[in-house]
Ligand binder design. Sequence first.
Ligand SMILES: *Cc1c(COP(=O)(O)O)cnc(C)c1O
Length: 386
Amino acid sequence: MNEIKYPFLDLATVNQRYAAAMHDAAVHVIDSGRYIGGETVISFERQMAEMVGAPFCVGVSNGLDALRLILLAWQELGRLHKGDGIIIPANTYIASVLAAVQAGLRPVLVDPDPLTHNLTAETIERACDADNSIKAVMPVHLYGRVVWDRNIAAAVMRRNLLAVEDAAQAIGAIAVSPGLFDSRKAGALGHAAAFSFYPTKNIGAVGDAGGVVTHSKELADAVRALANYGSDTRYHNIYCGLNCRLDPIQAAMLSVKLPDTQGANARRFERAVAYNNVISHPLVIKPLISPQVTDSVWHQYVIRVTGGRRDDMRRYLAAQGVATDIHYPVPPHLQPCFKTLVHGPLPVTEQLAAEVLSLPISDCTTVADAAAIARILNRFPISQHL
Ligand SMILES: *Cc1c(COP(=O)(O)O)cnc(C)c1O
C-alpha cells in the first residue's frame, strides 16, 4: 500500500487550533463537579441558538436523537401521529431515515436533484399528490448545501407540512431568498432543526453530541422534557421519555469551537474553490459553486465520476497517496435493515451512490494540497486499462 500523502481527515490535527482552550474548558467542567446539565450546557444552548438565529436550542445526545426527539415531540403535542408519512431524500445518511422509523413515522423516500443532491419543491408536491398521509418533510442540507427556497417554503405551506431540517452537515450555512427573507441560517428555516456535533462534522465534539433548534417554545419544552425521562419538573413525568441529554463536557468543548464556525466554514470554502478551479476531467462532474458562496459550508466536497469509473478513480488516487471517501456507497433503501421498506423507483439516488466521491476538505488539507490533489485527479487515465 502506498503512503498516504493527503489524509482524508485527522481529527487531532483539526482540533489543534482549539486544543489549549479545550483542555482548560475540560478541566473547568471536571473541577466544577457538575456533570449533567447546569450552566455549561445552558450557556452552550444560548450560544448555539444565537448563532443559528432562532430563539431556542436544546442540547441533546447526538444528531439521530435530535431528529427522533423532534418527531416524537410533535406526536406528544398532537401535531403528528404514528403512521404519518414524512418525505425524506433517498440519498441522505441513514440516520435521517432511522429517526423517522424509530419515531413510528413512514419514510417516503424521494430522488434528489442530481445537481444539488438535495430535495426540490416539485418532488415534495408530487409525493403529496400521490399520498395524502404525508404530514411532514425532512429537508437534508446534504454535504453542507442549504436546501430551502420560496418554492419549497410555498409547498410546505400549501400542503400544511411540518418541516424538520436535518442540518447535521450544515452548521452556519446561509440561505438567501429574496422576497421570502433576506438571509437565514440552516436550522432557522423550517419548524425545527436537528444538528449533529459528531466529531467529523464541521463543528465537532470529542464524542457524541447534538442539538435541536426551533422557533417554537412549545416544541423546545417538549423536546427538553422527552430528552430527560419525559420530566418537565423534577420527579414529575409528563411523557414516557428517553435519556438523550447533552453532556456538559461536550457542551464545554463546543462552546470553544462554536465561535469559529464562520472561520472553519470559510477555510472549507477556500479548498472547494481551489478544487473547482483546477479540476478538469471529462469523466468528472464538479459540485456547484454558486456566486452565493454562503449557501454551502462544504461539509464534504463531492465530485461525480461518470462512465462507471468511480472505483477506478478511487484506487488511482489512493495509489497516488490521496485518501478519499464515499458519502454514501449504499443508500438507506438498499440496506438490509430496510429490506421491507416500501418505496418507488429511485434511479437518481442509485446512480449518485455509484458515482459520488469525496475529496479531502478539512483543516488537514491546505489550499495548495487541494490544488495538488486536483492536478493528480486530472491525470486519471480515461482508458479502462490502467
Ligand atoms: C451525522 C448525521 C446524522 C446523525 O448525527 P449523529 O450525531 O451521528 O447521530 C444525521 N443526518 C445526517 C445528514 C448526518 O450527516
